[in-house]
Design a protein around this ligand. Structure first.
Ligand SMILES: O=C(O)CCC(=O)C(=O)O
Length: 255
């Protein structure tokens, strides 16, 4: 795959190669790759151009404003209660396939293929919406806790793209550096009968690195990286589109 500084090439497992002009290229810089490999996460502040962000925001807001959303896809509360304090909208790209044509997504495909090789595809996506003045946290967890397949198919990169600025006050991503190299930790449901999992013993939390980033930035992590987002104490919703990209392989590889 050809990667040029101002051009994205993302074959995405198809024969055709899409190209997008503008913005940063379709590959990480050498120091970013090193950081991701060593720490199991990376945030890229200059990921989107203003036009890229407008494109993404428009599509996400269309979904959020759809009053019949709950009839079209699974909408659930990640707190395990029925308050929608942390609203998860499952598979938004099935509701709005144009999400997969955005420059934000195509650049992510190109970057994932540049890291792991050709044949990247979408494994899962969701939107997480934390309403304002909200004391609920997305508990510490590893994505690999949700499926042993996720540990085995380790050529995966999990992307988190906020559509507003984020910091510790409104629930930015926090990661424990180096945790991608550790074991899969024991998880328990966040509430009795809940789908969402958490790690009960969070001694490691004081080692966390909080990624305060602007709207349209990209945070990314590996399947075993320990991560968390805090409460949204701001006056505005905190919304992120999250997508997991996989290059299927029998051979695990951590980057
Ligand atoms: O947005 C959030 O609150 C949590 C996101 C998360 O846990 C993830 O992307 O795996």
């Amino acid at each position: 795959m050809g990667i040029f500084s101002n051009t994205i090439s993302a074959g995405a497992g198809k024969d055709s190669v899409h190209e997008v002009q503008g913005g940063r290229g379709g590959d990480l810089r050498a120091e970013e790759k090193r950081f991701l490999k060593d720490n199991g996460f990376l945030s890229v502040a200059d990921y989107s151009t203003p036009a890229d962000l407008d494109e993404l925001r428009g599509l996400i807001n269309q979904i959020l404003n759809d009053h019949e959303l709950a009839q079209k896809t699974t909408v659930r509360d990640l707190t395990g209660q029925d308050t929608l304090a942390i609203r998860e909208i499952v598979s938004p790209s099935k509701l709005q396939p144009k999400l997969l044509e955005t420059r934000v997504y195509r650049r992510a495909m190109a970057i994932t293929e540049a890291l792991f090789g050709p044949g990247a595809s979408l494994a899962f996506d969701h939107i997480i919406d934390k309403p304002p003045h909200n004391d609920k946290e997305t508990a510490w967890h590893q994505d690999s806790a949700y499926s042993s397949m996720l540990s085995l198919s380790a050529k995966r990169l999990h992307w988190w793209v906020p559509i507003q600025d984020v910091d510790e006050n409104n629930g930015c991503m926090a990661y424990v550096p180096g945790s991608h190299r550790g074991p899969r930790v024991k998880h328990v449901p966040v509430a009795p009968g809940a789908h969402t999992l958490k790690i009960a013993d969070t001694d490691f939390a004081d080692k966390a690195h909080y990624c305060a980033v602007p709207a349209g930035a990209a945070c990314m992590h590996l399947p075993r990286t320990l991560h968390y987002t805090g409460p949204n104490r701001s006056n505005a919703p905190r919304v992120a589109w999250i997508f997991q990209i996989v290059v299927r392989s029998k051979i695990p590889q951590w980057v």
